[in-house]
Design a protein around this ligand. Structure first.
Ligand code: FAD
Length: 426
C-alpha cells in the first residue's frame, strides 16, 4: 500500500488557495487578477529540494485537502469553538494515521515526509493540523515507543484507521514548561494502578477514546505512561472555555480521582520516561515548526490574492509600495521558514539533528510565522479581522503554536544551553 494512501494524481504546482467564503453584500468586489508568481513555494524553487516521493506526497496531500476543504465549516466551528467529525473524515482521506510509525497499519513516513505533510496541514488550518498531530503524532508515537508489542497491536491499527482517537496528557496546572515535575500519581494495586491528579490543556481530551497519561509511580518516583480510556471511573474531562486561539481544538482540563487502570494499560516497555519520549517530543517539536510554516503559507497566499483583487485609489492594493514591502517581508520569512524545516527534516532523518537545532528551529519558525502572519493580516485591512478572509485565524492560532511544544523562551534556552554550555534554567 502507498505509505500515504491519498488519492493518486498530481496537483498543479500553481494551485490556488480557496476563495474567501463571505457572501455578504458588503464583501469587496474581486477582480480575479492573478499575481505573476501564484505559488510561493516556487519562489526559491522549494519543490526542487524535495525528493520525488516527498514532492508527490505534498502534491497528493494538497489535492486531498483542497478537494475536502470547507472553509465555511471551519469558520463556523471556529466561531462556536467546536470540533466536528467531518474533520476526522477529512483526516481519513489522507490515509492511515501514525506518521513515522512502521507496522501496525501505520504509514512509516520519514521525518522529512512528515514535515512536508505538516506544512500542508498547517496551510489548510492550524486547528485541523493540531488535532491531526496530537492523535497521529503524540498519542500514537507514545504508544509506539512505550508500549509492548501486544499494546501496540491492540491500539495502533485502530488508531491508524481513526476508529479510536487519541490524546496526550503530560501538562498539569502547576507544571507547564517544567512538565517533568508533574505531580499526578500512579499507585500500584493488585491487577493495575490507581491514578490521581489533574491534567491541563490536553488536546482532543473531551471526545477522544484513549489518552496517554504520564504519572509518577508513588513507589519509585519514576514517571510512567498509562492509557486511560473514555468512560473509566474517576476520569472527568472539562473543556477549557473562552480560548481565543486554535478554537476548534478541544483542550481539556481533567481530573483523575482514584482512577483504576488495569496493568494491560500500563505502557511498560519504557523503563524511563526519557526512553523514546524524548524522540517523540523532538519529532513533534519539528512538526509544530512545519505546521507554523504552513500556517504562514496559507495566510500569505490569501493576503497576496486579496491585494491583487482589491482596488483603492483606482489601483490594486498590490501595486502600492508599502503593501509590496509587507508582502515581500512575509514571503522572505516564508522562504526562510520552509528552508529551515526542510533542512531540519533531512538532518533528523540522517540522525544528525541535536535537540538544540530542533528547539531553535521550533522557536525561530513559530516566532517568524507569528510576525509574518501579522503582516498578511495588516494588508487585508479591515477585512483582515474577519475570519472569511483567512488571515486573522492563523494569526490567533500562532499564539498557541508559539506556546505549545515548549514555549518560545524555553526552546531558545534549550538551544542556548547546548550552544554555550551554560544553562539559563534548571
Ligand atoms: C492550545 C494548547 C494546546 C496544548 N496541548 C497540549 C496537549 O495536548 N498535551 C499536553 O500535555 N500539553 C498541552 N499543552 C500545554 C503546553 O505544552 C504548555 O502550555 C506549555 O508547555 C507552556 O506551559 P504553561 O502554559 O504552563 O506556561 P508556563 O510554563 O507557566 O510559562 C509562562 C511563561 O514563562 C516563561 N518561562 C517559563 N519557564 C521559564 C524559564 N525557566 N525561563 C524563562 N522563561 C520561562 C514561558 O516561556 C512563558 O512565556 C497545550 C497548550 C496549549 C496552549
Amino acid at each position: 500500500m502507498d505509505r500515504l494512501s491519498v488519492i493518486s494524481g498530481h496537483l498543479s504546482s500553481s494551485a490556488q488557495p480557496a476563495p474567501a467564503t463571505s457572501t455578504t453584500p458588503s464583501s469587496p468586489t474581486r477582480s480575479g487578477r492573478k499575481s505573476a508568481l501564484v505559488d510561493p513555494l516556487q519562489f526559491m524553487q522549494l519543490d526542487a529540494m524535495l525528493s520525488a516521493g516527498e514532492r508527490s506526497l505534498r502534491q497528493r496531500a494538497r489535492r486531498v485537502l483542497e478537494e475536502g476543504r470547507d472553509d465555511k465549516l471551519l469558520n463556523e466551528l471556529y466561531e462556536r469553538a467546536e470540533f466536528s467529525p467531518a474533520l476526522v473524515d477529512l483526516a481519513k482521506q489522507l490515509g492511515p494515521a501514525g506518521l513515522q510509525i512502521k507496522g501496525n497499519g501505520c504509514p512509516g513516513l520519514t521525518q522529512s515526509e512528515t514535515l512536508v505533510l505538516a506544512i500542508e496541514l498547517g496551510r489548510l488550518d492550524a486547528s485541523f493540523a493540531t488535532f491531526y498531530l496530537v492523535h497521529s503524532g503524540l498519542a500514537m508515537a507514545s504508544i509506539n515507543v512505550a508500549g509492548t508489542p501486544e499494546q501496540k497491536a491492540r491500539w495502533l491499527p485502530r488508531m491508524a484507521r481513526y476508529e479510536l482517537i487519541g490524546a496526550f496528557g503530560l501538562t498539569e496546572p502547576d507544571y507547564g514548561s517544567n512538565a517533568t515535575g508533574l505531580q499526578t500519581t500512579a499507585r500500584k494495586v493488585p491487577g493495575g494502578w490507581v491514578l490521581n491528579g489533574h491534567k491541563r490543556w490536553i488536546g482532543n481530551a473531551t471526545f477522544c477514546d484513549i489518552i496517554v497519561v504520564w504519572a509518577r509511580d508513588t513507589a519509585s518516583n519514576a514517571i510512567k505512561g498509562f492509557v486511560v480510556e473514555k468512560g473509566m471511573k474517576g476520569f472527568k474531562p472539562h473543556k477549557i472555555d473562552n480560548k481565543m486561539s486554535l478554537r476548534i481544538v478541544q483542550n481539556a482540563d481533567f481530573v483523575l480521582d482514584e482512577c483504576f487502570v488495569p496493568e494491560d494499560n500500563h505502557l511498560s516497555a519504557a523503563k524511563k520516561f526519557s526512553d523514546g519520549t524524548q524522540m517523540v517530543l523532538e519529532s513533534s517539536r519539528a512538526v509544530v515548526a512545519a505546521s507554523a510554516a504552513g500556517c504562514l503559507l496559507g495566510a500569505y497566499e490569501r493576503a497576496l490574492q486579496y491585494c491583487m483583487d482589491r482596488t483603492q485609489f483606482n489601483k490594486p492594493l498590490a501595486s502600492f509600495q508599502l503593501v509590496q514591502e509587507r508582502l515581500m517581508r512575509a514571503l522572505g520569512h516564508l522562504q526562510a521558514s520552509i528552508l529551515t524545516v526542510i533542512r531540519l527534516g533531512r538532518m533528523m532523518d540522517e540522525g544528525q539533528a541535536t535537540m538544540a537545532q530542533i528547539a531553535l528551529a521550533k522557536a525561530w519558525v513559530t516566532r517568524t510565522a507569528r510576525e509574518a502572519v501579522a503582516l498578511c493580516r495588516e494588508v487585508v485591512g479591515g477585512n483582515g479581522i474577519i475570519s472569511d478572509f483567512g488571515t486573522i485565524k492563523p494569526l490567533m492560532d500562532l499564539e498557541a503554536i508559539y506556546t505549545y511544544e515548549g514555549t518560545y523562551d524555553v526552546n531558545m534556552l534549550i538551544a542556548g544551553r547546548l550552544v554555550t554550555g551554560l544553562s539559563a534554567f534548571v
